[in-house]
Ligand binder design. Structure first.
Ligand code: UD1
Length: 428
């Protein structure tokens, strides 16, 4: 298993390009199941989660070809053409689905187009139980008959899906995406209330509109989808990755220096910017993206609670904690989206951080400097938080089990070393 070795203490300076959003690219790829015409996606990041999903879609009959590099001057991303001319299987097997929760999104489009699906219950990051009950209840309300058997969800809708009024008890990104796709090909109108308004949901909605769907309310908490008989092909560019953006913002804040993040947008991290500015980090939009800087003055502790968009994203919580481990003063970080998302804490403690956890809240008392240590990545966002901690720490850190990192961060060692970090991958 590969490891990443970092010698901390270098400031980060220069510019890097932000990749297309993994969490938008995955549902967008799934949307190709909704039409027998090709869907072309530009700026798809080169990540193992993307290849995993490509394998699952390939098994269902989607022909996937790469049409060269992305629109970002050939630097990041790829252009993928996905063509689901005929669906040759409606089954997504355990061996593939267990590795990534987002693959469960195929169930909605498969039932909508083929009136049946058999999809394994998903796996993914070990950050809590993460059930799929909201996905299934929504599909049932739209007329699917659902049976659970030997770890699989077997769904049938012999007469096709129909519109329904669905009120989510809490916000779910995945359930909103799954049902929005299914509703696009259902008979009649579906209303999704308390729906997710994350930019990735809106990006998927915009692509569905380009494919001929009728959706109102994108970006709000109520979506109204009028089903159509068929969708057609389209070309769509994946939006920039706000989690990657926020991660590099925090990396630069932790090490000091000045970096321009190209191709991203400040509105995507609007909950993060004021928080970090108040703490003493410089962040300015530029005409090419976003400039982040910290020269001289140290940053102070903060208080934050993770929330659904536009609140502070749970996917940046671990990175923020790594940053706050060396802040001036005390921070309080409360996690409300996932019940088991403090797995990075024991690893940060190994590096000398002072963090205590009480239920959902971590109290982080800033220490002067972290020290390098061997640490272990436990999930995607936790692993990148250890990279941030290591970049700012004294001495050498080796991060083990970095396969999590490769699921979600495109060319991270390359990007960081181009900014001056002392980072290398040890193969094996
Ligand atoms: C997506 C993101 C993930 C992010 C999360 C929250 C993708 C591929 N992944 O995950 O990076 O951390 O949003 O912003 O986009 N839940 C249920 N029942 C359900 C569905 C969800 O109880 O049927 C719970 C989950 O366990 C979790 C919460 O709802 O506690 C939010 O999950 P959800 O928004 O669905 O996350 P994902 O779509 O899986």
């Amino acid at each position: 298993m590969d490891r990443i070795q970092i010698r901390g203490g270098n400031r980060l300076n220069g510019e890097i390009r932000i990749s297309g959003a993994k969490n938008a690219a995955l549902p967008l790829m799934v949307a190709s199941l909704l039409t027998d015409e090709p869907l072309t996606l530009a700026s798809v990041p080169h990540l193992t989660d993307i290849s995993q999903l490509a394998e699952i879609l390939g098994g269902l009959g989607v022909e996937i070809t790469m049409e060269g590099n992305g629109h970002n001057e050939g630097e990041v991303g790829r252009v993928l053409k996905l063509h689901a001319k005929t669906i040759k299987s409606t089954e997504a097997p355990y061996e593939l689905v267990r590795k990534m929760r987002a693959s469960f999104l195929v169930i909605g489009p498969l039932i909508a187009r083929c009136h049946q699906a058999k999809v394994s219950l998903p796996g993914g990051c070990a950050i809590g139980t993460r059930p799929v009950d909201l996905h299934l209840k929504g599909l049932e309300a739209m007329g699917a008959e659902i049976e659970l058997s030997e770890g699989y969800v077997i769904a049938r809708a012999p007469k096709g899906l129909h519109g329904a009024h669905i009120l989510f008890p809490f916000v779910s990104v995945g359930a909103t995406e799954n049902l929005m796709m299914a509703a696009s090909l259902a008979k009649g109108t579906t209303v999704l209330e308390n729906a997710a308004s994350e930019p990735e949901v809106t990006d998927l909605g915009n692509c569905l509109l380009a494919m001929g769907a009728r959706i109102e309310g994108l970006g709000t908490r109520t979506l109204r989808i009028e089903g159509v008989d068929r969708l057609h092909g389209a070309r769509h560019t994946v939006l920039p990755d706000r989690i990657e953006t926020g991660t590099y913002v925090m990396a630069v804040a932790a090490t000091g220096g000045e970096v321009e993040l190209l191709g991203t947008r400040s509105d995507l991290i609007s909950s993060v910017i004021p928080l970090l500015k108040d703490a003493g980090v410089g962040i300015q939009p530029t005409n090419r993206g976003l400039r982040v800087s910290r020269n001289g003055a140290h940053y102070s502790g903060i208080e934050v609670t993770t929330e659904a968009y536009p609140g502070f994203p749970t996917d940046l919580q671990a990175q923020l904690m790594a940053l706050m481990a060396t802040a001036n003063g005390v921070s309080r970080i409360t996690e409300t989206i996932f019940e088991n998302r403090f797995m990075h804490v024991p690893e940060l403690l190994r590096m000398g951080a002072d963090i205590t956890i009480d239920h959902q809240t971590a109290t982080v008392r800033g220490v002067g400097r972290l020290r390098g240590a061997p640490v272990m990545a436990t999930d995607l966002r936790a692993s990148v938080s250890l990279i941030i901690a290591a970049l700012a720490a004294e001495g050498e850190t080796v991060v083990n089990r970095v396969y999590h990192l490769d699921r979600g961060f495109e060319r991270i060692e390359e990007k960081l070393s181009s900014l001056g970090a002392d980072i290398r991958r040890i193969k094996g």
